[in-house]
Design a binder for this molecule. Structure first.
Ligand code: FES
Ligand SMILES: [Fe+2]
Length: 501
């Protein structure tokens, strides 16, 4: 069998706004996740400190119940509360002295005297949640769909801590996570630190996306394990020599939505090292990185926190120098805009998460889960197991209603292509049509179709089914074939996005 697709288009269609689906640091879906906004060790005093998150201005101060964040604008004459003063855990505005408590409620209006009746509208904005963890202040602007990432080593006495000073990069958080998850750039970007010039090929590695809490689709986390060769200069900290030793190391990545990266590196006798990269999306062009380093060899006295910080700052500078040359700070959500290879499995999975984050932002928050899971899979009939199945469907409802759904054909038990591949693909399309019906949409609402395939399949007949299922809506949708990016247990994934007013 051979690939018989007629000229798959390189670019996705622009007419229905698909090209607008670029993920930026101000994507509204990011309001539903926890973001770090300050490192305790970098704060001097009780504030107020200015905080910019997702392009919005907030103010951080130490209130009566601990650190808190409220809107930066005073409700009286809109003066910036960052100019105010913290007095006994209350933030006093510099203009007319109104005082605000931890929740942003005005509790004193000096001009009205002791017996003042405070107008109910005299309140600064308040984010949904403020929390303190891993020495960082975290904020979720709207009800979050997932918790602050887990960093178990933070409380594990086998690990010593090294806290890198926060750094602000001219890059988006998605680009920075993309970079930290990337396993192909070491022998190029990191020749000055960890990159082994002779270890260029990325060997197959696993990527596992966690299920959602009610198995109604994928969760917000994936894990990848990758082994590669790394190098250590004989004097890694001073850089005074070109001599280095090469050794194998195992890297375990966990990416927590939207774009936090945990990296565990097993260094054998040198002990384990954990790097947690937490990102604060400041505005579209800017991200602040909080890197927490946890190392066994700090706890046992073989290395100092400064050894680790110095080295990671060098590695980070190599990444930053490269990333800041990228002209756009957004990451495209449509796979056809970039060119992916099998070495990019981690960063493709990140894009799947970003697409789901984007879908959340289409709707106003309606409670945990973000969007409605749509369930009405058509029972596969007359096809051999393992049967093609629906993977997930998520409907977000707002000014624009957005449906994101996909179906997969699993690899046969013996690793072969099932003889009834066509029937299996038909089941996916039957399911997609059922999802559209459940979402009160039609095939004409479909704005993108992405097909991930294992190479070597004859897609001609399968695409004929697609054409039929879309009721002639080919002009408004686009097929993007991304070879070799079906997950290891899948032969094919067909994903669609539909949007309706
Ligand atoms: S503007 Fe803040 S108290 Fe008047
Ligand atoms: Fe890097």
């Amino acid at each position: 069998m051979s690939l018989t697709l007629p000229n798959p288009p390189k670019k996705v269609d622009t007419r229905l706004g698909v090209m607008a689906r670029w993920f930026t640091n101000t994507n509204p879906g990011l309001r539903r996740f926890w973001h770090p906004v300050a490192a305790l060790e970098a704060l001097d005093g009780s504030g107020p400190f200015s905080v910019r998150l997702l392009g919005e201005d907030w103010v951080l101060f130490h209130g009566t119940d601990g650190w808190t964040v409220i809107g930066e604008t005073c409700p009286h004459r809109l003066a910036p509360l960052t100019e105010g003063t913290v007095i006994d855990g209350r933030l006093e505005c510099a203009y007319h002295g109104w005082c605000f408590d931890d929740t942003g409620t005005c509790v004193t209006i000096p001009a009205l005297g002791e017996a003042a009746t405070i107008p109910p509208t005299a309140a600064a904005a308040k984010p949904f949640g403020v929390s303190e963890r891993y020495g960082l202040i975290w904020v979720a602007l709207d009800e979050p769909v997932t918790d602050i990432p887990v960093l178990a080593e933070w409380d594990d006495e086998r690990f010593g801590k090294a806290l890198m000073a926060p750094q602000t990069w001219n890059a988006s958080a998605a680009q920075m996570a993309d970079n930290f998850l990337d396993v192909a750039h070491f022998p190029f970007t990191h020749l000055g630190t960890i990159g082994d010039p002779d270890d260029r090929e990325v060997h197959p590695y696993s990527v596992e996306r966690e299920d959602g809490p009610e198995s109604d689709g994928p969760g917000w986390r994936f894990k990848a394990v990758h082994k590669h060769s790394s190098k250590v200069f004989d004097d890694a900290t001073s850089g005074a020599t070109d001599e280095f030793t090469v050794f194998e190391r195992t890297m375990t990545f966990v990416c927590d939505g939207p774009h936090h990266v945990y990296l565990h590196i097993a260094y054998g006798d040198a002990g384990d090292l954990v790097l947690a990269f937490y990102h604060q999306p400041v505005d579209d062009d800017t991200t602040t990185l909080y890197c927490r380093i946890l190392a066994e060899n700090i706890a046992d006295g073989r290395a100092t926190p400064d050894d680790h910080i110095g080295f990671q700052e060098k590695v980070g500078l190599e990444d930053r120098t490269l990333l800041e040359t990228l002209k756009t700070k957004a990451v495209p959500l449509d796979p056809g805009t970039e060119t992916h290879t099998r070495a990019d499995r981690t960063t493709v999975e990140l894009r799947r998460i970003l697409a789901d984050v984007h879908a959340l932002g289409v709707a106003a928050p309606t409670g945990l889960g973000g969007g409605t899971a749509v369930h009405s899979p058509v029972a596969p009939a007359d096809i051999s197991p393992p049967a093609a199945n629906y993977a997930h469907a998520r409907l977000s409802e707002g000014a624009t209603r957005s449906l994101h759904t996909s179906g997969v054909v699993p690899i046969g038990p013996d690793g072969s292509v099932p003889a009834d591949l066509q029937a299996q693909a038909d089941v996916i399309w039957a399911n997609i049509k059922a999802m559209l019906r459940d979402a009160a949409m039609t095939p004409t609402d479909v704005v993108s179709v992405t097909t991930y395939v294992t190479p070597g399949l004859d897609l001609g007949p399968i695409m004929a089914t697609r054409d039929q299922a879309l009721d002639g809506n080919l002009a408004a949708s686009t097929l993007v074939v991304v070879p070799e990016l079906a997950r290891p247990e899948w032969l094919m994934e067909i994903a669609i996005v539909a949007e309706a007013g």
